[in-house]
Design a protein around this ligand. Structure first.
Ligand SMILES: Nc1nc2c(ncn2[C@@H]2O[C@H](COP(=O)(O)OP(=O)(O)OP(=O)(O)O)[C@@H](O)[C@H]2O)c(=O)[nH]1
Ligand SMILES: [Mg+2]
Length: 305
């Protein structure tokens, strides 16, 4: 592991909202062949509106079916509880200077206690001033940041991001309870994003990554899927809303991905050609018996490039 930290890393910028590391064992919420008891609402009768979200084949390609805010809110209601889990947000950065100020603002809107959050960036290979912008962001985010640099070589593109992410794990994970991946080109996340994840608290969790395009709301992350059959193809997460608040997935993207740290201590991103980054991670995690789910009502928005 240390090997990668030294050789793969280019520039690491560390921002600590507040350093406070508490290790908590979180009981896994086992579910009975599905994802039912996370929320009583899950067992509601299927409403006509819910039915309207069931669409035909080629699930990933349509506009995401529109549902009312009231309907969504039913699936976003949080249980009352205290939060004390520590979260590390990890974000690789490359050629992303134009997004960074907004990214910092977005992180600051998270309503989860900031003293339980730490943030680590790993930048390298940029042809713009991402590094300088990221440095500026660390200052802007707060006064508590630590800062670290190291040189790293660029690697083959296909496995490169896996290496960067694994290096970020080596560098940033420490004894946090959860790792939250957020890509720098995410434009918008709900303020209670972390609480939404912690209300479900299973091994690997992701949310609906959407994009607004010419007045349409569409799926963005084609890697976050449940495998389907030959006839219909795979099911992308935003098209599984009729199943309720928490749905089973086979593979995930990393746009916004919450992973129990204990899972990442055993399963990292594959650094081989055959198994791509996040999909490979999910497949390996699943093989080891970890649960992979999506929260289709929690929406994050990717920039429309
Ligand atoms: N350090 C580092 N970060 C990278 C590199 N390539 C991409 N990133 C960052 O990794 C995250 C994911 O990269 P994206 O280019 O968005 O990858 P993607 O989401 O698969 O592709 P898009 O659909 O184009 O958004 C972003 O935060 C990027 O800034 C790289 O070579 N090195
Ligand atoms: Mg992206």
């Amino acid at each position: 592991m240390a090997r990668y930290y030294k050789s793969v890393y280019p520039t690491v910028i560390t921002v600590l909202f507040i350093v406070s590391v508490v290790r908590i064992n979180i009981e896994r919420e086992h579910v009975n062949g599905g994802f039912v008891h996370y929320d009583d609402i899950q067992r509601d009768e299927i409403s006509s509106e819910q039915n309207a979200t069931v669409i035909g084949c080629n699930f990933c390609r349509y506009d995401v079916p529109a549902v009312s805010n009231d309907y969504k809110q039913k699936y976003l209601k949080l249980r009352e509880r205290e939060y004390n889990e520590t979260i590390v947000i990890l974000t690789p950065l490359r050629d992303t200077a134009k997004f960074l100020e907004h990214f910092g603002t977005m992180l600051n809107t998270l309503s989860y206690p900031h003293d339980l959050i730490s943030v680590f960036f790993a930048e390298e290979g940029s042809s713009d001033n991402t590094f300088e912008s990221a440095k500026a962001l660390t200052l802007q985010l707060n006064k508590y940041f630590g800062f670290k640099e190291a040189q790293v070589n660029q690697r083959e593109r296909r496995t490169h991001l896996s290496r960067v992410r694994n290096a970020l794990l080596d560098y940033g994970m420490r004894d946090n309870d959860w790792v939250l991946w957020i890509d720098s080109d995410i434009e918008n996340v709900p303020t209670d994003l972390i609480q939404q994840f912690l209300n479900v608290s299973t091994d690997v969790m992701t949310v609906a990554c959407l994009v607004k395009k010419n007045g349409h709301t569409m799926n963005y992350d084609f890697n976050t899927r449940r495998f389907g059959d030959e006839k219909c193809g795979d099911y992308c997460l935003p098209f599984l809303r009729h199943e309720g608040r928490v749905v089973r997935l086979d593979i995930v993207g990393t746009s916004v991905l919450m992973v129990r740290s204990d899972v990442h201590r055993k399963v990292r991103f594959p650094e081989v050609r055959e198994r791509l980054e996040s999909e490979g991670f999910a497949i390996n995690a699943k093989k080891m018996g970890y649960e992979i789910v999506g929260l289709p009502f929690v929406e994050v928005y990717h920039y429309f490039a």
